[in-house]
Design a protein around this ligand. Structure first.
Ligand code: ATP
Length: 407
């Protein structure tokens, strides 16, 4: 009779028949093994919201890894386990991936640090989660199949359209939840519950203690929702930007950002765009440059600030900038609203050199410094439209070769 619960209908609607039947089967195996097993996290929320979700997260009150191995024994497939975390991924014969973990409690030795874990029960496992809407579980043991555990009124918050943390220290324990809160609020068009908003506001300074890697990763997830501009505004209302970068994005910055993220949708670039313009922008952004490409970008942008191309011809701009990467020039042009630089960049990208290395070799030149110098000169002449045809280029090359000292 339990199977007539409305949530079971929603599960049936949203899961493939195969997956639904697999869950029934897993429930039976859990019964045999005398463990309680639950679907958990985003998928439970999404059944209720009737939104598609394929991520099957299962928790067992018992040994998650042993249970995954039991599934493999009875149903085939493969298990990859992480002993340290008590987690396993079971890949079925049909290549479905299911995550299976041991119910656990997390406890924090220090605010914003990574948590310690120990095995526990389902209630404890739900209690360590981020928001009420993400803290529901659906039991799938045979007799309780589809029994919803909702200790924290997640269903009610779905009705109320609220993102609500489970306890007052939540954001202090893990300040990245502030960014997660904004992510779910924007995805579902919910609001942060009043108290949750206040606690987020108070916890924002803690974000400075979160590693750049974690912060960028969480921001990347946010950015994947394609709501970056709203997210930036929302995070601004929480004071995140003034805390991290001593700067609030104004209307101008937002306009730039909307252009830049289309070409460069990386969270580092978003941070950079927000931080840019103040005297110490490179100092505040530096901790977030985790890959050499981003470090180089900072160095090149600093160099760009010393170059003035206002009254220069395209060729003399090319002389100064040919070693700068396209994306740095693009970014700098957008950040400083430099139309001339954008034009140069566009021309440079469209430039097709009229001579190739092979043409030079045919004229008896050997690859080396002269070689690349000649190609650079040709690029300059083409940018200034002094040379426009292959014939002109060949004639120019012949004169050049004649001028070269014989060796
Ligand atoms: P999505 O729909 O984006 O996959 P999700 O709810 O499945 O969202 P995940 O980031 O995949 O989110 O995390 C799975 C579950 O783990 C969440 O539903 C939440 O219960 C819990 N969780 C993840 N990150 C945290 C965190 N920083 N603090 C507390 N709980 C978290």
């Amino acid at each position: 009779q339990d199977n007539e619960q409305p949530i079971v209908l929603l599960m049936k609607q949203q899961l493939s028949k195969k997956m639904y039947e697999l869950l029934l089967e897993i429930g039976s195996i859990a019964d045999q093994q005398s463990v309680k097993i639950y679907l958990i996290g985003g998928i439970v929320r999404d059944f209720i919201l009737q939104r598609p979700n394929e991520d099957i997260d299962l928790v067992v009150e018992g040994d998650g890894i042993a249970f995954a191995n039991q599934l493999k024994k009875q149903l085939g497939g493969n298990v990859k386990s992480h002993e340290k975390f008590g987690t396993a991924t079971w890949t079925t014969e049909e290549n479905h991936k299911l995550d299976i973990v041991t119910c656990r409690t997390e406890y924090y030795d220090a605010p914003a640090a990574l948590p310690n874990v120990r095995a526990s029960n389902i209630r404890e496992d739900l209690r360590r989660r981020d928001f009420t809407i993400n803290a529901m579980a659906l039991q799938i043991n045979k007799r309780q199949f589809g029994k919803l555990l909702d200790f924290f009124q997640g269903q009610e918050d779905i009705q109320l359209r609220k993102i609500r943390i489970l306890h007052t220290l939540s954001f202090i324990e893990d300040p990245t939840r502030i960014i997660r809160a904004v992510r779910f609020a924007l995805r579902f068009q919910y609001e942060l519950a009043e108290h949750t908003f206040e606690l987020a506001l108070n916890a924002v300074p803690m974000l400075k203690q979160v590693s750049a890697k974690r912060l960028l990763r969480e921001f990347e997830l946010l950015q994947k929702e394609n709501v970056t501009l709203d997210a930036v505004t929302c995070l601004q209302s929480l004071g995140i930007w003034s805390t991290l970068f001593h700067r609030e994005p104004n209307e101008h910055t937002m306009k730039k950002l909307s252009t830049i993220i289309k070409e460069m949708p990386h969270p580092f670039i978003t941070f950079l765009t927000i931080a840019y313009g103040q005297k110490d922008w490179h100092v505040v952004i530096k901790p977030y440059a985790l890959i050499s490409e981003h470090n180089q970008m900072i160095e090149q942008l600093i160099k760009m600030e010393q170059i003035d191309i206002k009254n220069e011809s395209l060729s003399s701009i090319h002389d100064q900038l040919h070693l700068f990467q396209d994306d740095v020039l693009y970014l700098f042009a957008q950040l400083t609203n430099d139309q001339k630089l954008l034009t140069y960049l566009q021309k440079r990208k469209q430039l097709n050199l009229l001579l190739s290395g092979k043409d030079l070799i045919d004229k008896g030149l050997n690859p080396g410094p002269d070689f690349s110098d000649l190609l650079h000169q040709l690029a300059c002449l083409q940018l200034d439209e002094i040379i426009q045809t292959k014939d002109d280029a060949v004639t120019w090359l012949e004169n050049k070769v004649a001028e070269l000292p014989l060796d």
